[in-house]
Design a protein around this ligand. Sequence first.
Ligand code: GLN
Ligand code: ZN
Length: 756
Amino acid sequence: MKTSIIGYPRVGTLRELKFASEKYFKGEIAIAELHQTGANLRAAHWKIQQENGIDFIPSNDFSFYDSLLDTACLLNIVPDRYQALGLNPLETYFAMARGYQGEQGDVKALAMKKWFNTNYHYMVPEIDDSTTLRLAGTKLFDEFLEAKQQNIVTKPVLIGPFTLLKLAKYKGAKQAADFVGQAAEAYAVILKQLNELGAEWIQLDEPGLVTDLSQEDIGLFSKLYTQILSSKGNVKVLVQTYFGDIRDCYPTLQALPFDGIGLDFVEGTQSLALVQQYGFSDDKVLFAGLVNGKNIWKNQYKRTLGLIHELKVHVKNIVLSSSCSLLHVPYTLQHETKLANESKRYLAFAEEKLQEFAQLKAIGAQADPYSSALYLQNEELFNSARFTNNEAVQAKVAALTEADFTRLPAFNEREAIQKSKFQLPLLPTTTIGSFPQTAEVRANRFSFKNGSITEEQYKQFNFEKIAACIALQEEIGLDVLVHGEFERNDMVEYFGESLDGFMFTEKAWVQSYGTRCVKPPIVWGDISRSKPMTVEYSAYAKSLTSKPIKGMLTGPVTILNWSFPREDISLKDSAFQIALAIRDEVLDLEANQIEIIQIDEAALREKLPLRKSDWQSEYLSWAIPSFRLVHSGVQAETQIHTHMCYSQFSDIIRDIDAMDADVITFEASRSDLAIIDVINQCGFQTEVGPGVYDIHSPRIPSVEEIKLGLHRMLEKIDIAKLWVNPDCGLKTRGEKETWASLKQLVQATKEVRETL
Ligand code: GLN
Ligand code: ZN
């Protein structure tokens, strides 16, 4: 059995590429040194795959920033404003990725978007009517030759034309269909050149195929590939899909002259059924994605071998593959010095996954795989009680009934009760929670972590920060105050660290975009809360003011979406466990006279399934109830807020209303307040606070522009339901601009109130 990897992480085991790039951006190292770092990483990645006997080792999966941006540059999709800078190719590339401000001009970066259902972000290629798609780069070929010089014949990988054209943004009148001829021609030229260089296989990534496809989409795909494959020469073409199944186009792929088709048997819930139903052509190779490229758990060999066994009934040629690029998991367990071996046994990061490929290959070669030592060892892991079980939590989840998800009295009644209780002015002003995390705030946390100050000193500093923050909020006249979140490193990590059942790594970084990496916590066992997590600071803030204090929590869906989830229980059960823990915190805050509680669901929309037909059944049907479970136990007088980032909510706006919060704030200003129309049209019951100014730059908004924004909102939103607040993330700003901006916000609100 042969083995294949779709792609390998590229930032380096210790984020070498990140640090080299950042130095290069600051002008601290020359371009040659950055290139050298890239070359070293590529060599290391090829070598370790070779050592583990991977038969199809990818090249061109390396990137200085993003693979879709690489693909765009390879195909001459470089908007004029970047070309006009007159920079060298790599500098032009970085200008597209990060924007450019300097002697050659001033341009913003391309838009960035989430890559399908992952936390990775790609740069959105921009095509206008004058764009000509043609081969305009050499990276793909250079890296193939580079590996060849190291005696490794790689499988070059490239994002395919269908996904590229579907994800691009069209600035003119021309649309994807207008570029089919050019794209097909360019890809055909690429295949021809690879052929001449001696490539045996090329992998064209088409994750766009696992989304809902129209007849038009399928037509576009067929047209592209009919043309590309008609002149491909000797090089074999693997069309690689991942992140789901290709239920809308399986027969189409079988009918086209591909040499290989890559299917995902981890996230592709229908992949097996499709193979069983339609069969698999004998003259094609199935690259079976059976080793999860997205999660960090060891592969269960029993499942993998069982599936291969079943697939063999229908498929003549099978290659064992990862389910997607290993880009989405951290590098290696080797640098995790603090994790117990007992826990490590269950984990497989990218390097350990390579070892799994080697083991599966070895096991597969045995006469009786199921009695081999490697197999038995693996099975033992899955048969033993592996997680920190908490029977009390499990019992609580099992005993949940509809009543636990229903807050009483109903919204309208609560709204009236709360209005008479809080007596807030019309257009109440507030913030989304955090205040600037200055260097001294971070230094304080750091000193406490490394033991150079005592817990008392650490807390004392935070208390002083809170006191100053409350005083300033009172001084500028905000209506609902927050404590400022000075104790929080990150909105998920903070809660993960305080809850039982999470595991933290030291070096397990995953690329989020460009040089930015995240270190998601791992859901290791049943989740529970052994003690209050936020009450002390919120209660302290409360003791300083007669104004309402808003307690600040992260919601269960966001905590789960930004962690590596378990695979032995459902996401729903995990979310409910987390929800029960956060619920206890909500009730504790309430018992400590915190009358307003915000439960952030910043990432609620992020894990919405790729197919609309799965939205309810696989996600919203438990995500929305998880949130309701968190707050259903509070009194009618207690006001529950929530907050969401990003602004594309039109398609799930009713589900958001069904979360049954009392108030919701949205990040909105960067999308030109598009949310207000959506709210207006659907009869939204929840009170709303669309962010009225963008906090992503140090710029201080004028009173006039904030008033303008408020007037626009008032045209569409009932004044009794409108709150005034900035966008989220004040923690990333400096203190000066924060306070100056908030003053303007309060002033603008006062002026608008006076005209009522
Ligand atoms: N409460 C957090 C803050 O204000 C919310 C962060 C977010 O929206 N991602 O920063
Ligand atoms: Zn936000």
